[in-house]
Design a protein around this ligand. Structure first.
Ligand code: PHB
Length: 246
């Protein structure tokens, strides 16, 4: 791929442009994209125009740039995550009908929990999870389950990195986190009261593939002091059913 005068390849620049979009920054101008991607404005305008022509980016009614449906279509088409989501969805709907708050499915991706799906109720407690958004492994219930069953190298890397607190209840001490991960493996679930937001409790269980490897975390978010037994039972049952269907 042709390199720019600064030595970065076209692919590098395309990736930097696409990565300026985040779950909360979904519309930008070309100038903002260029600044955030570290590109001269002429290059940014040209790359954005080419991506718009290809349908990978789109202009909205006020000429802001957002991710194009074509990019969503291509990215979603062949992904193993899509199959997992499709298999899980009917069982997630059953949990959601029972708990009536939030039900979510996440996978481990680059040392974070990446959310594939979230079902919610209009009157449910607040929830910072977004579909295609990420949460830290040490702070979210899904992240804790994914970390508990992750490869030892991933666990060691996360435990020796920065464990950022989102609330006073978030686990940030490596020894406490290691102990908690052991308890999750023993119990087969986690209850995470107030780790992400003071007002809520996350509950999560692992979902395994046919070979027994944990491939996802299934979770619910409840108001902080809500009872957890029936939601945990619904999660365990759904995880078993998804495993059978996978
Ligand atoms: C959790 O998974 O623990 C969780 C996620 C989002 C929230 C609260 C809790 O807003």
């Amino acid at each position: 791929m042709a390199n720019s005068p600064s030595g970065d390849s076209m692919t590098d620049r395309l990736v930097r442009v696409l990565e300026t979009f985040t779950p909360t920054r979904t519309v930008q101008t070309s100038a903002e994209i260029g600044r955030r991607a570290g590109l001269p404005s002429s290059s940014a305008h040209r790359i954005v125009a080419e991506l718009v022509d290809a349908g990978l980016l789109e202009r909205d009614e006020s000429r802001g740039i957002r991710v194009g449906m074509r990019l969503w279509e291509l990215a979603t088409r062949s992904s193993g995550a899509l199959r997992l989501r499709q298999v899980a969805l009917p069982f997630m709907e059953r949990i959601q009908a029972r708990v009536g708050e939030h039900t979510q499915l996440a996978i481990l991706e680059q040392d974070e929990a990446l959310f594939l799906e979230r079902l919610s109720h209009p009157d449910a407690v607040t929830n910072i999870t977004r579909v295609a958004g990420r949460l830290p492994l040490n702070a979210s219930s899904s992240g804790l389950v994914l970390l508990a069953y992750a490869d030892p190298e991933v666990r060691d890397r996360v435990l020796s990195g920065r464990l950022i607190p989102l609330t006073p209840a978030t686990i940030t001490d490596p020894a406490t986190l290691r102990r908690t991960l052991g308890e999750i493996r023993l119990q087969g679930h986690v209850v995470a009261p107030g780790y992400i937001e003071d007002v809520s409790t996350g509950l999560a269980v692992p979902v395994r593939n046919a070979a027994g490897a944990v491939v996802a975390a299934l979770s619910v978010v409840l108001p902080r002091d809500a009872p957890t037994e029936s939601a945990l039972a619904a999660l365990h049952r759904a995880a078993r059913d998804i495993e059978r269907a996978l």
